[in-house]
Design a binder for this molecule. Sequence first.
Ligand SMILES: Nc1ncnc2c1ncn2[C@@H]1O[C@H](COP(=O)(O)OP(=O)(O)OP(=O)(O)O)[C@@H](O)[C@H]1O
Length: 655
Amino acid sequence: MSAAIPIVAPSPGSEQLAETPARPTKKDQAQRRTQCRNELIYGSCKFADSGCPFYHPSKEASVSFTTPPVTTSQPATPAPREMPSTPNTNTPSKGTSGLGGLSANVNAPIFVPKGFTPMLAGQANTPSSSTAPSTAPAETPTTQPTEYDYGDDFHFDYLDDTPYNKPNEITALAPPFVPNSQQTAEGYTPAIDPYAHEMNPYYAEEPVYPRQPLQYDLYNPPLPYMTNIPQQANPFLADDVREMLQRRSEAIMETSPVDYKLPDELHVYHSLVPIEPPGETRHPRVFQWPSISYKAISAKDGRPYILRRFEGFRLMHEAAFAAISVWNQIKHPGLVTLHEAFTTRAFGDSSLVFVFDYHPNSESLYMAHIKPKQPQQKAGRSQPHAPHLAEATMWSYAVQLADAMRVAHSHNLALRTLELTKVLLTGKNRVRVNCCGVFDVLNFNPAHNVIGFQQNDYMNFGKLLLELACNSTAAATNLPKSMDMVSKRYSPDLTKLILYLITPAGPPKNLDKLFEYIGSRRVLDELNAVSNYADSLEGQLMSELENARLVRLMTKLGFINERPEFDHDPRWSETGDRYIIKLFRDYVFHQVDIHGNPVVNLSHVLACLNKLDAGIDERVMLVSRDEQSCLVVSYKDIKSAIETAFTDLSRASVR
Ligand SMILES: Nc1ncnc2c1ncn2[C@@H]1O[C@H](COP(=O)(O)OP(=O)(O)OP(=O)(O)O)[C@@H](O)[C@H]1O
């Protein structure tokens, strides 16, 4: 049995027909056995005594359907307009036939809205409100041909003096939303709808515009265990996270406006773009060979990589590449992964190329913290840069870099590039050591002493922290002065750590001693910070998960709505179940207020689409654009209609 209740204007002359008794046919006899829908919906049929062919029960029987008198004036407004929808708490699902059944149901000649009755009956027990519809006679409505092709058998209801598509009638059928304990769940703000006052022109005294709460079961709030992170009111990705990801995505796709005459292809890489304009030297170089870095795309996996090219380098020992395979096996969050190295003549010289992971929009610690910057403008005022790094940031870097060192040393390797320009800031407080393995090839020596390089790592680490603490690349040239500055700016613990690292004298340094200086509390602080950040990102992902559902839904609507032709039928998207989908689209997106201005109400759209996605039994009244017909359908039915239409389209697309 259908849940769709089409109510349309009679065609011209239908009233005439109603008054002229026709010859009893088989169809007429069937009609006489069918209860008149006006009785069911409005409680009475004004044509009961003047030729309505349907069955009319006695007045006592239909008493529960009578509607109280109206006190508000009838408006004349454009369509479509915001319609209150009916919460389904009292209306269990009955008889909706699932996928594809809607067309048949809509065209069914006999209609008994089973799921509807309890709601109406429930209303009879509720005290009537002043906004209830009128049963008083009014003008006979204009009769327009309906847009919907219902077929010959379709039962037309005569619009009585209280047209069904008037808002006060709708209120009677769909009482205003009253938040229950579930609906007042987290995330629902009573003042969520800025249009509420505009959308209730008929209820100025008692606003009953159904605000569209984001129900917890349809739109999930952040996970409960996320109480350790600030809650965000925005159901979408936070602005700063969106901007960060957007910038990264742009950086990946960036191309060079200048033609640098680079090879089109290099090994398996193509689309080479220099990371920095070539030829500029801004700070002491770490490597004795000039190098230039390119972003390139791998033809193997389509991912971006960094190609660091050493110009004019001649490789003397093939064995130098042995370290590359070891570095390649180390995947650590504190290291920029080295993938491979090769020599090439594609640039017109003999070049050595290292391939690293590409971290879009990253910058070196030198660029981020030491390089002088233009003062930033905020609210029209220039903001001075922080004079020095916060102690917590210093410890965070120290913990991450110490762990990167630990993993390299445990593989019997040395980092050798713990320098301000070779440590990349790849995210919020996330540092990674870059260019690991480069020295192992550039300065290859079969008799090299890895322990000596590892001891140098401690020295370089101390120097890097000192330079960051003093905000200067020259800090190591005057140690007493620099250490004095550090002790004034930072805690004794940090001063002791730097002193331990940069002092050459004493026994060989080791990781245990290093972590003793750092202290387990600092490591746990870092763990907490990372966990909080992971939680916050997970919360953000959660909101994107919801949005992805809605995008899929809107994509389906886009495939179906306004399709010019399908299955050799130019009216495919306007007929059958698709007509319901069209009306639903109008209901969700094309509402207008009393002045005919568009209602751009995001919470309404989100609530409708979420209900649709969940396919709930709640009913919604869809009104045709000429306001002459309306359908009462459940979200479940609309979902079925969309699924059926989309499945038809998908099937045809693979044929
Ligand atoms: N793997 C990478 N992923 C993303 N960006 C990188 C990567 N490596 C380097 N960069 C970018 O290139 C910039 C320059 O780094 P690079 O190591 O080339 O410094 P440099 O100034 O050329 O130093 P040097 O001359 O000593 O090699 C960095 O600040 C960073 O923005």
